[in-house]
Ligand binder design. Structure first.
Ligand SMILES: Cc1ncc(COP(=O)(O)O)c(C=O)c1O
Length: 423
């Protein structure tokens, strides 16, 4: 029944031999019995092994408007038939239009109040790379030593050398020897005065501070509002550029347009970055800055061949229009509540094994007392895809368009998996 979706030659080749794996570098651990061939909103299908899954991963918080979104497919076809790429040597209309939209919607939906300019690129790491370079350029323009960066324990900002340098996890860092120098990792749970005193004391050597308003890969930890307010204040007083990494938690996922839309104006950043949901799976990312940062930049400071291509921009315009809508954002919050209520009930039944439920909107974590590897494997066996975050948290980041019924069915499966492992 499933096989008609794929060419018979491909099915035969893939299913007859796992040797196809021999052509992939050894950087991912993936289950051997699963090969995704198509999707539909919050469902994924493996036509090779004849399996169907409820998907609580959305390609790691990417396909916010669902897999195989028909409108996205139509835009890809229509724009692809007109112009895919023309380079940054010339303006293109889609890029101009998306940039305007990002700024206008950001300001309208409670995001960075002084957002002013957009740099478009292709992935989260690249958007952060641009943000870090912009912050350093600003710092260096004040004094040659003002180059250092501050980040936080539990953070994840990407795998390129710059973004990796501000990513705390030693597992990702240590294999690569020396990274960008002058990076300090602070603990967001430390006393606020300890954090702010440190930043003031390093003001002459610090260009920027980068933080995820809701730490994603680290285990779904929303940073307390007061912490962000105080960090922003000390950075402003000491001319340290504040970067919010909203690559995972942004664009509707938290139930607001940006996770920092929950914050008062005085806690807004100088720069924020977005990727993942921005293209609903088509690779596109953006670094959004205020005038202060833009004034530190000049022609030639940064660039990218593919960034701002008409195809990605056409898709993103649609994504931003759909998500920047009060009703759409409200339903994200409601669905998030449904998740949290059911997960809290499950925690009551398994208080020793499930130690915390946290998150906002549809970025939710269920922390276990051990790595939830067995629960996740069991859920997959029963038809549900979930991922981990940090060492011991199951992460729920489904499509923002997931139906309530699919949430309920998926959580039924998750409960069964927990029961099967712990009951
Ligand atoms: C908060 C955050 N920043 C940056 C990145 C890196 O994005 P990409 O994988 O698109 O380079 C990720 C990816 O998971 C992320 O969650």
């Amino acid at each position: 029944m499933f096989k008609r979706y794929l060419s018979s030659t491909l099915i035969k080749r893939i299913s007859s031999s796992l040797d196809e794996k021999a052509y992939q570098v050894t950087t991912y651990a993936r289950p051997d019995d699963l090969c995704i061939t198509r999707g539909s909103n919050a469902k994924l299908y493996d036509d090779i092994n004849g399996k169907e899954f409820i998907d609580f991963t959305a390609g790691i918080a990417v396909t916010a408007l669902g897999h195989a979104n028909p409108k996205v497919a139509e835009i890809l076809f229509e724009q692809g038939s007109k112009l895919i790429h023309s380079s940054n040597l010339y303006y293109n209309a889609e890029c101009l239009d998306l940039s305007r939209k990002l700024i206008e919607k950001t300001r309208k939906f409670g995001g960075q109040y002084d957002a002013s300019k957009v740099f478009l690129c292709n992935s989260g790491a690249e958007a952060n790379e641009a943000a870090l370079k912009f912050a350093k350029k600003h710092g260096v323009s004040i004094n040659g030593k003002k180059q250092g960066l501050i980040s936080f324990e539990n953070s994840f900002h990407g795998r390129t050398m710059g973004s990796l340098s501000v990513t705390s996890n030693p597992k990702y860092r240590t294999p690569f020897g020396s990274l960008v120098p002058n990076v300090t990792f602070l603990n967001v749970n430390d006393e606020l005065t300890k954090l702010t005193d440190f930043i003031s004391s390093k003001k002459d050597e610090t260009a920027g501070l980068i933080v995820e308003p809701i730490q994603g890969e680290g285990g779904i930890f929303p940073i307390p509002t007061e912490t962000l307010i105080q960090l922003r204040k000390v950075c402003k007083d000491n001319d340290v550029v504040v970067i919010y990494d909203e690559i995972q938690c942004g664009l509707g996922r938290s139930g607001k347009l940006w996770a920092h839309s929950y914050l008062p104006k005085e806690a807004h950043p100088d720069i924020f970055t977005t990727a993942k949901a921005l293209g609903n799976g088509f690779p596109i990312a953006a670094t959004i800055v205020n005038e202060k940062i833009n004034n530190a930049l000049k022609v030639g400071d940064h660039g990218t061949t593919y960034g701002g291509n008409p195809l990605g921009c056409a898709v993103s315009k649609y994504v931003v229009d759909v998500i920047a809508d009060e009703k759409f954002l409200e339903q994200v919050e409601e669905k998030g509540q449904l998740f949290q209520e059911r997960l809290l009930k499950l925690k009551e039944r398994f208080p020793k094994q499930i130690v915390d439920i946290r998150g906002k909107g549809l970025i939710i974590g269920a922390e276990f007392s051990e790595a939830p590897t067995r629960v996740i494997a069991k859920a997959r066996e029963l038809g549900l895809l979930v991922i981990t975050a940090g060492k011991s948290t199951a992460r729920f980041v489904p499509a923002l368009t997931i139906e309530n019924e699919t949430i309920e069915k998926g959580l039924d499966i998750f409960e069964k998996a927990v029961e099967s492992v712990y009951a």
